[in-house]
Design a protein. Structure first.
Length: 137
């Protein structure tokens, strides 16, 4: 049964971490299936207009890198700090289901990001319809 709690607009990153790790399900998706991508509000707006998200990481496209960087709930805060320590615009966390991505033919692989920590990498631009939820920071 899907959780009655949906992600809402948050301004505290600690609160976001609490929400994504405490929710058992989000729209019927089990939380262990969820992965996350941090982006800028302008990149998210652009994706909504074109119908797909194609930014790999801050300042780089899928085409340049070959995949879209993502993280688990436990990696999310570290990634946000590394990439956007003092953001110049609002940030958005894209909530993604590995199962939904793979069902649409989009490969998701956990790969070593260095020092033995494995991060999810998404090997195609993401159709906006496959994004489970968004969390505005």
């Amino acid at each position: 049964m899907p959780s009655e709690h949906r992600a809402q607009t948050f301004y505290s990153f600690d609160l976001v971490i609490s929400v994504v790790t405490m929710n058992d399900e989000l729209d019927g998706v089990v939380s262990s299936d969820l992965i996350y991508h941090v982006t800028t509000s302008s990149d998210w707006t652009h994706a909504q207009l074109q119908g797909f998200y194609d930014r790999s990481t801050k300042g780089k496209s899928f085409e340049q890198v070959g995949y879209i960087h993502a993280s688990t709930a436990m990696q999310l805060e570290g990634i946000k700090e590394i990439l956007y320590g003092n953001p110049t615009e609002k940030l958005v966390v894209l909530v993604l289901s590995q199962t939904k991505l793979q069902s649409a033919g989009i490969e998701v692989r956990f790969e070593d990001g260095g020092e033995g920590e494995f991060y999810p990498h998404i090997f195609a631009p993401i159709p906006v319809r496959l994004i489970v939820d968004t969390i505005y920071l």
